[in-house]
Design a protein around this ligand. Structure first.
Ligand code: HEM
Length: 449
């Protein structure tokens, strides 16, 4: 008897597709928005269907899907790029030749360019120098205000640094416009991709076009310069050559600048916001952080810290890792199944979606002791193999992971040596969509030590 793949999966992988059209979307929203306990969504499945290999079938975001939530199966998905492709439904928003939109050898080629300009030691050394003046100025201005919302302010300093790093822009009206357009594009990622006037997606596309136009003007200015100087990431992407001596096209440069700007904006702002939040909640951690950074600061005699200093700041780096682990900025990542695949006897059907539920790995006590406690000392030992997937894995592992770690360490340095702060709403509720954050955007009093 022939058996359809859908039925076959129904027989072996635990889970259910929920009601017609909506699937399990209401249950998902119940756990994420109403109960505000997102991890219970997976715990409920584990309790009902058992662990198996950590795969559950469901129907979410409009498609039949398989959730994966254990380290081994997540790793399998991340590493099998041929069968599970990153497939943005809204490729027009990310740009057809951006890193996140291309596949296979084109992806590997483009990725080597991008990694060169944002992750190599030389790049990080330059970036460390470039981002500090804006961070220091931001802290000064926060102290003058005395009371701020950390997320809102973190977004401002992040966009200033993005402007400087990516296209050498100083704060001013153009950067404010860019800020507005970035926010517009980011909103479009959460919207249904219906390109009709008045829709969020339509307006996000308009914002993307405006961003593209702004960056094209900057690109032309650079091209018309007399000498080729390398001062920012756009210069880097314009000048770099691969082994065959080929350069990126203008479209590739612009699409990648836009996607890096967007990839770096919310993630960096949320990481710094969470650092402020956790340090306020764990004064003993702040104390140890401050001690390490005071010593570095005294040795620097007023100079900025360098990426070499940061590599020696052992406790600070643990605080960075712990912040990123617990913040769980990316709860899950999506893959499209491009061909039928078998994993440990289970069939994963073609054309289904995979939701790699990375958040669950970091909040599960099987992987981290007392997982919801902010404890940088847990990093005295490396995490158990495969249990730290905050940046994804395999060929698509986050291209900005070194950049965000560096920026967070610098942020922690200036914050801990110079300032004190207090949460105004220490028991504020959490929201988890589209990203986790306290509902008050971390409102604090802020002053010099
Ligand atoms: C704590 C902060 C961050 C987190 C948690 C994070 C998380 C992730 C994750 C989970 C992925 C994998 C997505 C997938 O496999 O589908 C990813 C990819 C990516 N991230 Fe990040 N990210 C962060 C910061 C950044 C920053 C600062 C940038 C850039 C400035 C960036 C740029 C990218 C890019 C370009 C990719 C796509 C890589 C590729 O497809 O080859 N990210 N990020």
């Amino acid at each position: 008897m022939e058996i359809s793949l859908g039925v076959w999966v129904a027989l072996v992988v635990g889970g259910h597709l929920g009601c017609p059209f909506l699937g399990e979307m209401l249950t998902f929203l119940w756990y994420f928005k109403i109960l505000r306990r997102p991890d219970e969504f997976i715990n409920a499945k584990r309790a009902k269907y058992g662990d198996g290999v950590g795969m559950y079938r469901t129907h979410l975001f409009g498609t039949p899907s398989i959730i994966t939530c254990l380290p081994a199966v997540n790793k399998f998905i991340f590493q099998s790029e041929e069968a599970f492709s990153l497939n943005w439904p809204n490729v027009d928003l990310v740009g057809s030749s951006s890193l996140v939109a291309v596949q296979g050898s084109s992806h590997a080629r483009l990725r080597s360019y991008v990694i060169n300009v944002i992750s190599k030691p030389n790049a990080l050394r330059r970036i460390a120098g470039l981002v500090q003046p804006r961070m220091v100025a931001a802290f000064e201005s926060w102290a003058l205000k005395g009371r701020i919302k950390a997320y809102d302010e973190s977004k401002k300093v992040t966009v200033e640094n993005i402007g400087k790093l990516f296209v050498s822009l100083e704060p001013g009206p153009l950067l404010d416009t860019i800020d507005k357009f970035i926010e517009g594009v980011v909103k479009g990622f959460r919207a249904h991709p219906f390109n009709v006037p008045g829709s969020a997606y339509h307006s996000a596309l308009q914002c993307r076009r405006q961003l593209e136009a702004i960056f094209r003007v900057e690109l032309e200015k650079k091209r018309n310069r007399k000498e080729a100087v390398k001062t920012d990431l756009m210069d880097g992407l314009m000048q770099i050559k691969d082994d065959e001596g080929d350069k990126l096209s203008d479209k590739e440069v612009i699409d990648n600048i836009v996607s890096l700007v967007i990839g770096g904006y919310t993630s960096t702002a949320l990481s710094t916001m969470w650092a402020i939040y956790y340090l306020a909640k764990y004064p003993n951690v702040l104390q140890k952080l401050r001690e390490e950074n005071m010593i570095i600061s005294q040795n620097k005699n007023g100079d900025f810290i360098t990426s070499d200093d940061i590599s020696k700041m052992k406790y600070t780096n643990k605080v960075v890792e712990e912040t990123i682990r617990l913040a769980n900025i990316a709860a899950f990542v999506f893959r499209s199944v491009t061909k039928e695949v078998e994993y440990k006897g289970y069939i994963i059907p073609k054309n289904w979606t995979i939701l790699v539920w990375i958040r669950y790995i970091h909040t599960n006590s099987e992987n981290f002791d007392d997982p919801m406690c902010f404890n940088p000392d847990r990093w005295n030992n490396p995490a158990k193999p495969g249990t730290y997937q905050v940046f994804g894995g395999g060929p698509r592992i986050c291209a900005g992971n070194m950049l965000v770690r560096l920026q967070l360490a610098i942020f922690l340095h200036h914050l801990s040596v110079g300032y004190k702060w207090k949460l105004l709403n220490p028991d504020a509720d959490m929201m988890y969509l589209p990203h986790p954050r306290p509902v008050d955007n971390v409102e604090i009093t802020f002053s010099k030590i």
